[in-house]
Ligand binder design. Structure first.
Ligand SMILES: Nc1ncnc2c1ncn2[C@@H]1O[C@H](COP(=O)(O)OP(=O)(O)OP(=O)(O)O)[C@@H](O)[C@H]1O
Ligand SMILES: [Mg+2]
Length: 228
């Protein structure tokens, strides 16, 4: 599903944020990207949806070499991904339902079908009563669930989540993590960056560790097999 081969990222003028990364993630895996602040977790995820270009190496996502893509190719790539960020990034003037439906509409799903899909997802995520609420009137956990619904509405093969629980209290963070596990159980591949080592222990999934831009550990290689 995801392959990185000898990948490096150097931010101008010459800051090496990622060095010589080799990583393979199979279809259906759940992988945590862990490491201290500044280790390169966000950079790694941004490379995968081409928010940043790799400085060196090759990246394959869903069978497509994304190191050489034109604008159309980047748009196609992003359509296949579900992206979740720490700061939600919802449109404040649209309702929860509209925020989710819009993501389907922009890839060509009819207005009516988009709304139907958004409606079902929000209900599934426990936001039945919040369809018409605008993000500024929702709690952090509710906003994050809307953001997750938006990421899932096009049934992506791969979900990339960057510190999705970073702005949530412990209980809501736990619920949100369970949501990601549920998504994973349906067969979606999930790559989730977090600096929280507690979650790794609790959820027991594969974890790769970054330190100063280097991949210094992978629980899959250490145990010989992925636990999930
Ligand atoms: N656009 C940029 N230009 C220059 N340097 C950058 C840029 N983005 C990130 N960096 C640097 O690259 C390094 C890795 O950053 P990154 O955001 O990937 O870390 P992170 O592991 O996600 O950290 P955190 O846990 O704080 O989110 C940091 O030292 C950061 O200062
Ligand atoms: Mg980060």
């Amino acid at each position: 599903m995801v392959q990185l081969f000898r990948v490096a990222k150097i931010y101008p003028p010459n800051y090496p944020a990622l060095k010589d990364i080799y990583l393979q993630i199979d279809k259906g895996e759940f992988v945590f990207v862990n490491g201290p602040s500044g280790a390169g977790k966000t950079t790694l995820l941004r490379l995968l949806f081409r928010a940043e270009d790799a400085s060196e190496g090759q990246i394959v996502v869903n069978g497509r070499n994304i190191t050489r893509l034109d604008g159309k190719g980047v748009a196609e790539l992003r359509r296949e991904l579900g992206l979740v960020f720490q700061e939600f990034k919802l449109l404040p003037t649209m309702t929860a339902l509209e925020n989710v439906a819009l993501a389907a509409q922009v890839v060509g799903v009819s207005r009516q079908e988009s709304k139907r899909k958004a409606f079902h997802l929000l209900r599934e995520l426990g936001l039945k009563d919040k369809h018409d609420a605008r993000p500024p009137t929702l709690s952090g956990g509710e906003q994050q669930r809307v953001a997750i619904a938006r990421a899932l509405v096009n049934e992506p093969m791969l979900v990339l989540a960057d510190e999705p629980t970073g702005n949530l209290d412990a209980e809501t963070a736990e619920e949100t993590m369970r949501l990601f596990l549920k998504i994973h159980e349906r067969g979606t591949t999930v790559l989730l960056a977090t600096h929280d080592t507690g979650v790794l222990k609790r959820f027991g999934c594969r974890a790769v560790f970054l330190q100063r831009g280097e991949l210094v550990g992978d629980s899959k290689q250490e145990s010989g097999e992925a636990r999930l």
